[in-house]
Design a protein around this ligand. Structure first.
Ligand code: ZN
Length: 97
């Protein structure tokens, strides 16, 4: 389902809406309930929105994969280290009190 961008001419409210291509254009603003909504997509901004959206998803998935991989790789030895470190330090290696 495509995302449509709407803007209300009445109050300036902007929002995105998931709609089916065959769904009628929304007219009523959810904010001020006036029939002043305008669908921004289809006027040229659609290409920009689509492009940036695609890029964002692509970028996110890539960095997400990297982060997930790094986390996976470092979680195994790190867990042990931090755990033993934590226990030893929280056990009171330095008897201050
Ligand atoms: Zn409005």
């Amino acid at each position: 389902m495509p995302t449509y961008e709407y803007r209300c001419d009445g109050c300036g409210h902007e929002f995105e809406l998931f709609q089916q291509m065959s769904a009628p254009v929304k007219k009523k603003c959810p904010d001020c309930t006036k029939l002043k909504l305008k669908r921004l997509i289809g006027t040229g901004s659609a290409v920009m929105f689509k492009g940036s959206g695609f890029y964002e998803t692509d970028y996110r998935s890539d960095s997400y994969k990297k982060a997930a991989k790094a986390e996976k790789e470092s979680s195994k030895p790190k867990e042990k280290k931090t755990e033993s470190k934590k226990t030893s330090s929280s056990n009171g290696k330095k008897p201050k009190s």
